[in-house]
Design a protein. Structure first.
Lengths: 111, 115
């Protein structure tokens, strides 16, 4: 079945450091790929998405490129801030349109 | 625009007791989802409604879990009787429609502890 594997955390960084969270997927069709973020005390919210191969999703300085050849959708940000501390979830939606989530990666950014 | 509302935010019950969670989706959203998020895992879809009809309940433990969406708006999720392994955060989400192109908006969740 469809599944998502993402980098285990927790990840701790200093402000202005470069962040990468790896995500790879397994799917039978041509899925859409998503990154969701959960800030402390808040609900999950969509961070960015890509619906086809080579698409790049971007938002709030975060980027991720849909790589069909490596079945990956890694999340990157060039310079993190304390406010980026959150749990990040990679997810996919295949032909049945259901979201399948990874286990989540906790990111803590220190001032 | 008001977001997805859920109540209660926290609930502690003993095993074999029953519990109910309530969700009010964003106005006009046809599709409503209930997810279970166990600590350290990603959310897992339990049931999906399109208006007041069930689209997918393949991962709902129907011997103890039930859900309804009356009049295609609010929804309740019930567990009866609860087991220790039901301890989790229960998330409600809604979207304009069911296709993946429509963003799902999540509520804050209800944290259930079964002792």
């Amino acid at each position: 079945g469809d599944s998502v594997t993402q980098m285990e955390g927790p990840v701790t960084l200093s402000e202005e450091a470069f962040l990468t969270i790896n995500c790879t997927y397994t799917a039978t069709g041509y899925p859409s790929l998503f990154w969701y973020v959960q800030y402390p005390g808040e609900g999950l919210q969509l961070l960015l998405k890509a619906t086809k191969a080579d698409d790049k999703g971007s938002n709030k300085g975060f980027e991720a490129t849909y790589r069909k050849e490596t079945t990956s959708f890694h999340l990157e940000k060039g310079s993190v801030q304390v406010s980026d501390s959150a749990v990040y979830f990679c997810a996919l939606s295949d032909n049945d349109y259901k979201l399948s989530f990874g286990a989540g990666t906790t990111v803590t950014v220190r001032a | 625009e008001a977001g997805v509302a859920q109540s209660p935010r926290y609930k502690i019950i003993e095993k074999r007791q029953s519990v109910a969670f309530w969700c009010n989706p964003i106005s006009g959203h046809a599709t409503l989802y209930w997810y279970q998020q166990i600590l350290g895992q990603g959310p897992k879809l339990l049931i999906q409604f399109q208006n007041n009809g069930v689209v997918d309940d393949s991962q709902l433990p129907k011997d103890r879990f039930s859900a309804e969406r009356l009049k295609g708006v609010d929804s309740t999720l019930k567990i009866q009787p609860a087991k220790l392994e039901d301890s989790a955060v229960y998330l409600c989400a809604s979207s304009l429609d069911w296709q993946a192109t429509y963003e799902q908006y999540f509520g804050p969740g209800t944290r259930l502890t079964v002792t």
